[in-house]
Each structure stands twice: as structure tokens, then as C-alpha cells.
Design a binder for this molecule. Structure first.
Ligand SMILES: Nc1ncnc2c1ncn2[C@@H]1O[C@H](COP(=O)(O)OP(=O)(O)OP(=O)(O)O)[C@@H](O)[C@H]1O
Length: 250
């Protein structure tokens, strides 16, 4: 089932005459991980911001056939350095959105407990977030968004600030979460290995066209390249990566 549809989507920032995105088209299906790659400054975050409802776009942009007109709990956003509430505990940060939406404390406790288990931070539930490592903080940011049961997660370079080892663990976590929660994910990354490990679909932009120029199915989802011991498969993935790079650098 289709969740998001963008048709002839064009975007200008209110303070500028420049058209950043011009006539782009894409759809995101239910329970799909849609990864967007492209060179710096091509407009990836701009598309994410329109999806989040932070900026207005021309053309059609719908979720569940409703035009996106502003931010909404159904679209949860995770940034590279998501700010948590430093004076709140891990548990309070994760439950914050549900409290604001007036869920009962029993419901909040249940959901928060489940999510802390899922992200592997049950033992840290009473820690203040300034006491956590960068990777732990990003896990809390993801759980905070998941708490709302948003059907769509929007992630802008969510692991960009993390070391390679933590990053690989976070990619696995995202895949686990996606399987458990059946959510759709729109993710921006600069890391093609990350795109290949996480995406069902890989969407590509280049520096000139101001649009998504190609969307392809990813035949290699869930393969951790760090642990790969199959030379033939490695070669295939390498060629696939090179093809994507060609389109990015076009
Ligand atoms: N708030 C803003 N007001 C005006 N122009 C902006 C604004 N934010 C971004 N832009 C411009 O829009 C274009 C696309 O920026 P955007 O941040 O979407 O690119 P990006 O592909 O996400 O880049 P990066 O990979 O470096 O994060 C750039 O030319 C940028 O200068």
C-alpha cells in the first residue's frame, strides 16, 4: 500500500528565489525503507523538511492521500544530532510525546518499557541524557519518535556523527525496529554502504537536476559488508555501489 506520494514536487525557501527542488516524483510504500543519497547541497534535507511539514512545497505531497500541511506526530523526525531534554531521564524523554498526547501513565510505562528493551537501554532508563554516549543518545532519539507509533520515520543522516562500529550496530537496530514496528522509513545518508544495508529502495539525486533522478530496488538489503566473506557477492555489491556513484556524480 502506498503511504506517501510526491508528484511534481517543487520547493523554494521563503527567504530565497532559488528553486531548490523542481518537479520531483516519488512514492513511499507502507513498511518500506526509502533511502535517499546524493551530493552535499543537492536538496535531500529540503525534501525531508517538506515531508515533515516544516516547509511548504508546490505540487502534490500526500500521506495516506491527505496533503501534508504541517508537522504531525504521524511523521517523526530524527536528525544527526537530535536534541533530547537534558534535564529529563531516558525514560522521561522517550515517554514525553505520549504524555503530551495525554496517554495514561500505564500506557506510557508499557510502551516506554517495550521501547527501551528494543533499543537495549533498559538499564539506563533512569539516567539523564547528558550522561549517555552519542550512540545511546541517538537510540533514545529514535525511541522517542517510535513512542508515538508514527507510521513514517524521517531520518536525516541519523548516524552521521557516530563511529563506524556504533554506526554498524545502529544500522542493525534500525532493521530490527523496522521489522518489529512495521514502520516506513525515509532516510538520508552519505554512506552508500549504509544505503545498501538498510534500504529497500535507493533514491538518487545529483548536483544539477534538483530532483530524484532514479529510484531502484536494492537487492542487497541486510547484508553487513563488514562481515561479508563471499568474494563474488562482494564484487556484485561493489558494482552496484559504483553504478549508484555514477548516477550521483552525473
Ligand atoms: N533555510 C534555507 N533557506 C534558504 N536556502 C536553503 C535553506 N536550507 C537549505 N537551503 C539551500 O537549499 C539547497 C539544498 O540544501 P539541502 O540542505 O537540502 O541539501 P542536502 O542535499 O541535504 O545537503 P547536505 O548533504 O550537505 O546536508 C542548498 O543550496 C541550500 O543552500
Amino acid at each position: 500500500m502506498e503511504l506517501v506520494r510526491a508528484e511534481n514536487l517543487s520547493i523554494k525557501y521563503p527567504n530565497s528565489d532559488e528553486t531548490v527542488i523542481k518537479d520531483t516524483n516519488f512514492t513511499i510504500a507502507d513498511n518500506e525503507i526509502f533511502v535517499l543519497v546524493g551530493p552535499s547541497g543537492c536538496g535531500k534535507s529540503t525534501i525531508l523538511q517538506a515531508l515533515a511539514g516544516f516547509i511548504q512545497a508546490d505540487g502534490l505531497l500526500t500521506m495516506n492521500n491527505e496533503t501534508i500541511t504541517g508537522p504531525d506526530w504521524r511523521r517523526g523526525v530524527v536528525f544527526q544530532n537530535s536534541s533530547l531534554y537534558p534535564w529529563f531521564t531516558v525514560k522521561e524523554n522517550v515517554g514525553f510525546g505520549l504524555k503530551a498526547r495525554k496517554f495514561s501513565s500505564v500506557e506510557i510505562d508499557q510502551r516506554v518499557k517495550y521501547l527501551l528493551d528494543l533499543i537495549g537501554l533498559s538499564n539506563q532508563n533512569n539516567m539523564k541524557t547528558f550522561e549517555l554516549s552519542g550512540g545511546m543518545r541517538q537510540r533514545v532519539a529514535i525511541a522517542r519518535v517510535l513512542a508515538n507509533k508514527s507510521p513514517l520515520l524521517l531520518m536525516d543522516e541519523p548516524f552521521g556523527a557516530l563511529d563506524a562500529f556504533t554506526r554498524a550496530k545502529m544500522q542493525k537496530l534500525i532493521l530490527d525496529i523496522w521489522q518489529q514496528e512495521k514502520t516506513s522509513i525515509f532516510m538520508i545518508t552519505h554512506d552508500l554502504n549504509e544505503a545498501i544495508r538498510c534500504g529497500n529502495k535507493i533514491a538518487i539525486m545529483n548536483a544539477h537536476d534538483k530532483k530524484i533522478t532514479k529510484i531502484q530496488d536494492n537487492p542487497f538489503q541486510n547484508i553487513n559488508l563488514e562481515e561479508l566473506n563471499d568474494f563474488e557477492l562482494e564484487k556484485k555489491i561493489d558494482n552496484y555501489r559504483k553504478d549508484i556513484l555514477k548516477l550521483i556524480n552525473k
